[in-house]
Design a protein around this ligand. Sequence first.
Ligand code: CIR
Length: 304
Amino acid sequence: MVTSGRWSTSPWATAGCFGFARGRVPGASCENMHAGEGREPKWERSEPVFKHAIVRKPAENFAAGLTTATLGKPDYPKALAQHEAYCQALVRCGLALTRLDPDPLFPDSTFVEDTAVLTAGGAILTRPGAPSREGEVRSMRASLAEFFPSSQAIVAPGTLDGGDICETKGTTFIGISERTNPEGAEQLAGLLALQGLRSVFVDIRGVGGILHLKSGLAYLGEGRIAAIPALSERETFRDCEVVVVPPGEEYAANCLRVNEHLLMASGFPETEGALAHLGYSLLRLDMSEFRKMDGGLSCLSLRF
Ligand code: CIR
C-alpha cells in the first residue's frame, strides 16, 4: 500500500516532494554541502541515461571475500548463474557490457562498483576502505581508460567505496561509513563540486545491518528514493519522496534504476508490490549468493 505521509503506522509511505535543496546531515553544518549548478536532470523517462556497464565475473575464490553476513558460504556455480542473469538484465535495459575476467587475486573484485565513481564529467577512482580491496583499482583504471581518457582519484588518507555514493537528480549523497572516511568523502565532494555537482554527507556509522549507504538506499529516479526505516526518517531526506522498505525486507532497498527498468532482488513481496504499484517496470533477480558476501545489485556493475 502506498499512502501519503512519513511511515509511522503504515509500512509504506511516500512523503514530501523532491528537490533535496534543504537536505542536510543531522547535526552537521551547511559546510557539509557542496553547491553545484548547471547539471542536466539525470533521469528522463523517454531517454536512456546509461549506455554501458562494466561487470566482472566472480572468481572461483569468491567465497574468500569479506563478509559480515551469516547466511553461509556462497555456491560458486549458482553465483555464476546469478551473475549471468544480472548481465542479461543490464542488456535488456539497453546497455552494452564490458565483461572483465575473474580476478582471483581479489575475491571481492566482482563488486566493481566500489572501485570508481562515474559521472557525466568523468571517472573518479576510489581508494577502497578495506585494505584487501585496494588493489582492485589498478585494473579498473586500465579498463576505464578506454571510455574516460583522464580520471581523478581519491588519495590517502582518504578512503571511499563506490557503494557509499548515491547519485540523484541534483544531489550526490556520500555515505560516511566503515569504508568511506570523512577525508575520502571530502575529497569526492570537492571533485564533484569542480564538475558543478552538489554533495550531501550521510553518516551511516552505527546504522546496523548495512555495509554501504546504498545497502540501505537507492535512487529510483524522478526524485524518489527507496530507504530502510533507519535512514528514511533522516532529516537529510526530508524533501525527498521516500519509499520505505518494510522491516524484514531491508535487503530490497538496494534496487537499481537502469533506464526504463528497475532491477530488484527477488523474494521481497511487500517491496515488490509497492514498487509495481508505483508503476516501475521491475526486473527481479535472485541475489542470494551475493547477499552472502554483503553484496547487492548496485555493486555488481559500474554504469555510465
Ligand atoms: C565487501 O565487503 O567489500 C564485499 N564483500 C561486498 C561489497 C559490496 N559492495 C557494495 O555494496 N557496493
